[in-house]
Design a protein around this ligand. Structure first.
Ligand SMILES: [Zn+2]
Length: 141
């Protein structure tokens, strides 16, 4: 019950915008980009795959095959999304998702410092090293 109360307080705290997650720091950006893919647009998904494949210097036959599957695109609007490089693209996508879907995101945050964990299943903080392995899972909002 204590844990539940803690979560309730935590969620209110989070939704009021009174915690560290208000500022998108690199670890939060990477988490959102990696684990909140349901909120990516189709173009963002295609662009994300395209830039990964672009870095692999694939042969034309393989590129054609990827295009057929919808995993690679050289359409103007996709290339424009990637013009600033992968890092700028990741920041842009994560920032959009955060501001448009903030209250729907399942963010695994540290119960002590409220910063983001490395993965949705992590139970130890990458910042303050607090461990919540023995706590009930209820911190996702
Ligand atoms: Zn922490």
């Amino acid at each position: 019950m204590i844990v539940k109360d803690h979560c309730h307080l935590y969620c209110k705290h989070f939704l009021k915008g009174g915690c560290m997650n208000e500022v998108l720091y690199p670890e939060l950006i990477n988490y959102i980009y990696a684990f909140c893919g349901d909120f990516k647009t189709l173009d963002e998904k295609i662009a994300g795959r395209t830039i990964l494949y672009m870095q692999m210097n694939l042969n034309q036959k393989l590129v054609a095959s990827l295009k057929n599957r919808g995993w690679y695109s050289d359409e103007r609007h996709i290339i424009d999304m990637l013009a600033g490089g992968r890092h700028a693209f990741v920041v842009s996508v994560a920032t959009r998702i955060y501001y448009e879907h903030r209250e729907q995101l399942k963010l695994n945050v540290c119960p002590r410092c409220f910063k983001i964990a490395k993965t949705p299943l992590a139970k130890q903080c990458q910042f303050c090293f607090y461990s919540w392995h023995d706590k009930v899972e209820c911190l996702s909002i």
